[in-house]
Design a binder for this molecule. Structure first.
Ligand code: CS2
Ligand code: MG
Length: 408
């Protein structure tokens, strides 16, 4: 058997997705997610123009060799576009291997290590009442861990807060606006630092000390500001504080780590183990945040997690709606098998998205499960996909009050 065809499929059921579908000479199909939010067409071109022509006739079983061929053979290494393209091929080949073996992928990754993968949902609010309602909605949906994002007094739309605050509305926070150019948001870190501790005090007073609470700083603080926030949140016992400071400067986390015991999660914008090297070897973080789609696929992310396990660092794979159900399924197969699983982000995809991607994974009693379908357990519905044309969409650009561009 060998690779007979590879198709790059673009669809947009409420948001854009890029999917690679590989078919073998025996007709076995594998899917891989290649979605980079706001830069989808760059990955589609990288695949169509520079990867697909190299796959024809390759042995689909040689997953590690194909990964190394695409990584080292490109000469120009790493970066989100390259690694998403490699990830899509890698996911599709693992999907094929497990389908051929007639078993769910997690069985090829070591089998079950736990009953299910603890999930966390996204609660948000611009007011205490709206936030509490959002938390209650997620608890009613069965979530047993909750990310809390808040508006900031004096600021307009900010990251992580659903635009529709009406009770019962979907908190499917898709930040990419379908506009010709990115929308712009305004930010004030000092106002945010004053406000966030008051929000968590209110949430703990309302919901008690046990509920695992998470918060995403979304790259906006200096290491010193992040240290201050981590310290101010210690009384509220967070499960994690995420992306507390831009982590290209890995050494910056030494400052944060030395000042606070609030657990730290970083890495959703990383695309290689080298982005984590200092963070992991110096135990500057507690959770690895990468998505399989952005970190080079299942092969690469499992290596990162095995490296992290030496330093007692766990997984917290990135699972917003801009990771397709194919990528999310891969997270669950990895998450059910890995020893050092931590928690899985779970933003429920829309009905339209799930009409395109037919999934086998389930969510019950706060736990996600990849299911027993051979492979990743996802099927792509071409007829549904064709209803949704690609629409350019960009993540917002953030500016400080004086107009200076800031991290979004
Ligand atoms: C966020 C993401 O889920 C998260 O933790 O950081 O929603 C992020 O903003 C988006 O994936 C960007 O496309
Ligand atoms: Mg995040």
């Amino acid at each position: 058997m060998s690779i007979r065809s590879a198709e790059v499929l673009i669809t947009s059921p409420g948001r854009n997705f890029v999917t690679l579908r590989i078919t073998t000479s025996d007709g076995v199909v594998g899917l891989g997610d290649a979605t980079v939010n706001g830069r989808e067409l760059a990955v589609a071109s990288y695949l169509r123009d520079h990867v697909v022509p190299l796959l024809d006739g390759r042995d689909e079983a040689r997953i590690e060799d194909t990964w190394q061929y695409l990584y080292r053979g490109a000469y120009w290494r790493r970066g989100p576009i390259t690694m998403a393209a490699i990830a899509a091929v890698d996911m599709a080949l693992w999907d094929i291997k497990a389908r051929v073996a007639g078993m769910p992928l997690y069985q090829l990754l070591g089998g079950r290590s736990r009953r299910g993968a603890l999930a966390y949902g996204h609660a948000s609010g611009t007011t205490t009442d709206a936030l509490f309602q959002s938390i209650r909605n997620h608890l009613d949906e069965g979530f047993r861990a909750i990310r809390v994002q808040t508006g900031v007094p004096g600021l307009g739309q900010v990251y992580g807060v659903a635009s529709d605050q009406r009770a019962g509305q979907r908190y499917d926070y898709e930040p990419a606006g379908r506009t010709a150019v990115p929308t712009e948001e305004t930010w004030d870190t000092r106002a945010y630092l004053r406000h966030v501790p008051t929000v968590f005090e209110a949430v703990r007073n309302e919901f008690g000390p046990e509920l695992p609470l998470l918060h995403d700083g979304h790259h906006r603080m200096t290491p010193n500001q992040a240290a201050a926030l981590g310290k101010s949140l210690e009384p509220y016992d967070l499960f994690w504080l995420e992306d507390c400071t831009p982590a290209e400067n890995q050494e910056g986390l030494r400052r944060v780590r030395s000042q606070t015991t609030t657990p730290l999660a970083i890495g959703e914008v990383f695309n290689s183990v080298f982005d984590y090297q200092t963070l992991i070897t110096e135990q500057l973080i507690d959770y690895v945040r990468s998505a399989v789609t952005h970190a080079g696929g299942i092969t690469a992310l499992k290596k990162i997690m095995d490296f992290a396990n030496i330093y007692q660092i766990k997984s917290g794979f990135h699972g917003p709606t801009d990771i397709s159900p194919v990528g999310q399924a891969a997270h669950l197969h990895l998450g059910i098998a890995l020893h050092n699983f931590g928690i899985q982000e779970y933003m429920k995809h829309s009905r339209d998205t799930l009409d395109v991607f037919h999934t086998s994974y389930t969510f019950s009693d706060g736990l996600l499960d990849p299911g027993e379908t051979p492979g990743l357990g996802v099927e792509y519905d071409d007829a549904a996909a064709e209803k949704f044309d690609y629409t350019p969409a960009y993540l917002p650009v953030n500016r400080l009050l004086d107009g200076t561009v800031h991290d979004w």
